[in-house]
Design a protein around this ligand. Structure first.
Ligand code: GDP
Ligand code: MG
Length: 166
């Protein structure tokens, strides 16, 4: 099995940390390799079962210039080319305008979207339902996966979820 997965989220939620953990020592990070003109391969996860190519979509944030607007539209159309989208949010911060902007954009996306609630090592587990409630009805998430990208908690389960839909 193989496929492409885009990682999206506002700055500092832990996208790079997640990618580094997933990709680990198993692969070469190919940060400068072009996949299309619109997006780039950030890393490849390989196991005997599957190969998952992770795509960076850096343009998806609130654009403030014409160039930014162009880049945002390009990044959005790149989402049609992936098999799944990981929408990463931080459990340590409240949902904000940056998240809302991404949610609005993702409403047009037909591919399965996973809500990845990162940094759960920083919160009381009793607070998790309240954190998830801020997002759970905003999009038809395929699954909601709490993780710690830093410590690797539950990341395997996220990968298994992805493999199931490839
Ligand atoms: P990005 O901007 O979304 O790529 O975020 P980064 O991966 O650069 O992470 C931003 C900051 O959050 C860094 O200081 C990371 O070490 C930290 N971070 C990322 N994931 C976790 C996590 O699961 N737990 C904790 N405690 N910190 C994290
Ligand atoms: Mg980053």
């Amino acid at each position: 099995k193989s496929g492409f997965v885009a990682i999206i989220g506002r700055p500092n939620v832990g996208k790079s940390t997640l990618l580094n953990y997933v990709v680990g020592q198993k692969v070469a990070i190919m940060s400068n390799v072009a996949q299309t003109t619109r997006n780039k391969i950030q890393g490849i996860y390989t196991s005997p079962e599957a190969q998952i190519i992770f795509i960076d979509t850096p343009g998806i944030h609130k654009p403030s210039t014409k160039l930014g607007d162009f880049m945002e539209k390009s990044a959005m159309s790149a989402l049609d080319e992936v098999d799944a989208v990981l929408f990463v949010v931080s459990a340590t911060e409240k949902r904000g305008p940056g998240d809302d902007f991404i949610i609005e954009r993702l409403k047009k996306v037909k591919q399965p979207i996973f809500l990845v609630v990162n940094k759960i090592d920083q919160i009381n587990p009793n607070d998790l339902p309240e954190i998830v409630d801020q997002y759970k009805d905003t999009l038809p998430f395929k699954d909601i996966v709490p993780i710690s990208a830093l410590q690797g908690n539950n990341v395997n389960s996220l990968i298994n979820d992805l493999i199931k839909i490839l």
